[in-house]
Design a protein around this ligand. Structure first.
Ligand SMILES: CC(C)(COP(=O)(O)OP(=O)(O)OC[C@H]1O[C@@H](n2cnc3c(N)ncnc32)[C@H](O)[C@@H]1OP(=O)(O)O)[C@@H](O)C(=O)NCCC(=O)NCCS
Length: 300
């Protein structure tokens, strides 16, 4: 199968490797992601050491927890030309990354990598991808059978004075809240993230709400809200408000992948004086857009 896809994509001088080794995959993936124009470790401007560490951490985490979902295409002369990171969790297949270097784009590499990763998820009823504003990515995911849902972004400097205080307690979360988070995810997206919380906890701050009315959680780093899920609109609003208030003063906010059904998040953004723009897509298969969740871009 590996050879069939490789040959279909390029001919005999290319090989497709499934997570060949964490180190090889990491090196190849870094080269591909940077060169794909995504401003990766080798990309224009480079990345901060902290950002590189976060991306290497994600690669290692997925190659360790779901190696059959991670693939790299190498050209014998040019080296790595494409990579995909995908994983399965409780009946949900998710794509974390798909990238092809510019010189190899438009030759079916992205499609072949996606097909291989989706084969790994063929037993899963649900599929999810957080996609950027990229016309070829949108086309590729739609052709693969995903429903495309345009999403919004909140950004800018918040005005904390305009935000009403959270309507109840919000706690610092730890590894001990994993069962709570898994329960919330089963309710909001149909399946838990499980081991992904180990990786998210390494790089993001965790806020948690848990009272008689329900539960919820939010991961954030600086002004960036990475993901949020809650069992009620009131708790989701409380968490997002607390996350914006927790951002370091002067740090710009960014909240991505807000769906049309997620107006509570838009309302919090308006209250904080943030800008609302359209940005990217959520590509879903076998699942409806969640009203009470903002998916993680890196581990959707
Ligand atoms: C998105 C991406 C992975 C696609 O990989 P690719 O190898 O260039 O794409 P493919 O050659 O497999 O083509 C996929 C589809 O897009 C079409 N396509 C490819 N390049 C195109 C172009 N420049 N203009 C219009 N259509 C194009 C192909 O015809 C194909 O459609 P089809 O199934 O109808 O034939 C690649 O462009 C990339 O790395 N982008 C930057 C990172 C990114 O945005 N990743 C996605 C989110 S994680």
């Amino acid at each position: 199968m590996v050879r069939e896809i490789s040959a279909a994509a390029f001919g005999a001088s290319h090989e497709l490797y499934g997570a060949p080794s964490a180190a090889r995959f990491k090196a190849g993936y870094g080269a591909v992601w940077g060169a794909a124009g995504a401003g990766g470790p080798a990309g224009p401007g480079g990345w901060s050491a902290e950002r590189v560490a976060r991306h290497h951490g994600r690669t290692r985490h997925l190659a360790r927890t779901d190696p059959d979902g991670c693939w790299l295409i190498e050209d014998q002369a040019a080296g790595p030309v494409g990579a995909v990171l995908s994983y399965r969790r409780e009946g949900t297949w998710a794509l974390s990354l798909l990238a092809v270097v510019p010189g190899a784009q438009g030759k079916g590499v992205g499609k072949a990598l996606l097909a291989r990763a989706m084969m790994h998820g063929r037993a899963c009823l649900r599929g999810v991808i957080c996609a950027p504003d990229h016309p070829v990515a949108a086309r590729t995911f739609r052709r693969a059978g995903f429903h495309l849902h345009p999403t919004m972004r909140l950004s800018g400097l918040p005005d904390p004075a305009r935000l009403p205080a959270p309507d109840g307690p919000v706690h610092q979360g730890t590894e001990r809240h994993r069962d709570l988070m898994d329960s919330v995810d089963r309710r909001t997206r149909g399946g838990a993230h499980g081991a992904d919380h180990e990786e998210l906890l390494r790089h993001y701050r965790l806020l948690v709400v848990d009272d008689l009315a329900g539960s919820g959680y939010c991961y954030l780093r600086g002004g960036r809200v990475e993901t949020l899920a809650a069992t009620s609109r009131r708790l989701a609003t409380r968490l997002l408000t607390a996350a914006l208030l927790a951002a370091p003063p002067g740090e710009p906010i960014r909240v991505d992948h807000i769906l049309a059904d997620t107006q509570w998040a838009v309302d919090v953004g308006i209250a904080a004086g943030l800008e609302i723009t359209t940005a990217g897509f959520l590509a879903l298969r076998g699942m409806r857009p969640a009203e009470l969740a903002l998916p993680s871009r890196v581990l959707p």
